[in-house]
Write a protein that binds this ligand. Structure first.
Ligand SMILES: NC(=O)c1ccc[n+]([C@@H]2O[C@H](COP(=O)([O-])OP(=O)(O)OC[C@H]3O[C@@H](n4cnc5c(N)ncnc54)[C@H](OP(=O)(O)O)[C@@H]3O)[C@@H](O)[C@H]2O)c1
Length: 309
């Protein structure tokens, strides 16, 4: 039962919304809390390898400025990068400064100076890489730095712990997108006090949902989801195929929203960070963070539908 006064207030709110097209067009993005800090983050952000990286390495980076602007103007916040993504970190830092977005973004970057052959990380090089990231992002604190690809944990996580203790980084974590290293990641999630993990997860790539994602909930670790489209894998799968009508039942208006809503429906997921080089794709992706999410029965239907395509 609502009172007459409440009903008048609701009507006044509706009139205000009608006179403000932005409020009418866009509802707030779904947010999730980082368990260790309580900070709430919009569930869709932006990654910067793949197509973002390709454009960052070219002469004309204006389109990437438009992507970052679209991210923030439409309610997003999390930007995931790494020193190893070519020019992405430097270009994003410069564009964010030019556009006045430096302090509006949640900057997630990574640390990795360990050799691909398994050789260890030189502590001095690790410190130098982090200082370069601070200079590129142009902030005195970085929101999140993760050890990239579970490499040399004693040296690299050790350094990140010191930086968190000193207040220079707000959160730390470890990333991994190789299933051979899931066991190793799991051990570290049990042993260390991690704020975040970064991991691959997509509608057709769900192995991490067996143990890693439930463990993240148990241990109070936030999850950044990488490659929610499998880079180009899912796009190849649905090319030329129409979105099923029933996708509208959970508010998906595009294949991107179909794939992203599947991913963010998992309660362990804090933010999915698909890469894009196009502002209209950024807005499309943010649309997945609005409205309904598919329930368990609907998720099953989505998996089966995709398998039959
Ligand atoms: N080990 C690690 O730490 C690790 C590993 C992998 C990834 N990551 C992080 O996760 C991020 C995401 O992974 P990813 O970049 O590999 O792959 P992804 O996000 O699964 O896919 C990116 C691809 O999807 C396209 N795309 C994006 N939005 C679209 C839309 N709305 N409609 C149609 N196409 C769309 C992009 O092209 P357009 O430019 O045309 O939009 C790009 O080709 C990375 O950028 C990186 O930040 C971390």
């Amino acid at each position: 039962m609502i009172t007459r006064r409440q009903s008048l207030q609701l009507a006044a709110g509706a009139v205000a919304a009608l006179s403000c097209p932005a409020a009418m067009a866009e509802s707030a993005l779904i947010t999730r809390a980082v368990p260790s800090s309580g900070e709430r983050l919009p569930v869709v952000g932006l990654g910067s390898s793949a197509s973002f990286r390709a454009l960052a390495g070219g002469d004309d980076v204006a389109a990437l400025g438009a992507v970052l602007k679209a991210l923030v103007e439409h309610g997003g916040k999390v930007f995931d990068t790494a020193p190893s993504y070519g020019d992405s970190e430097a270009v994003a830092g410069r564009l964010a400064a030019e556009l006045g977005l430096t302090e509006k973004l949640f900057w997630a970057t990574k640390l990795n100076v360990a050799g691909r052959d398994g050789s260890g990380a030189d502590p001095e090089l690790a410190q130098a890489q982090i200082e370069d990231s601070f200079a590129r992002v142009d902030r005195t604190t970085i929101d999140l730095v993760q050890v990239h690809n579970v490499a040399d944990i004693p040296v690299q996580l050790g350094l990140l712990k010191e930086l968190r203790q000193a207040g220079r980084i707000r959160h730390l974590g470890i990333t991994n997108t190789r299933s051979q290293l899931y066991d190793e990641l799991e051990k570290l999630m049990r042993r260390e006090r991690l704020d975040f993990i970064g991991i691959d997860y997509a509608i057709d790539n769900r192995k991490m949902a067996e143990r890693i994602l439930p463990l993240a909930i148990d241990r109070g670790i936030a999850v950044l989801v990488y490659a929610p489209f499998g880079r180009t894998r899912l796009w190849d799968r649905v090319r030329g195929k129409a979105l099923p009508d029933w996708a509208s039942e959970f508010g998906a208006n595009s294949w991107a929203q179909f794939f992203l809503k599947f991913v963010i429906a998992h309660p362990a997921v804090t933010v999915a960070t698909p890469a894009t080089s196009k502002a209209h794709h950024m807005m499309d992706n943010l649309g997945a963070a609005r409205g309904e999410l598919p329930d368990a029965a609907m998720q099953k239907r989505m998996i089966e539908y995709l398998a039959d395509l």
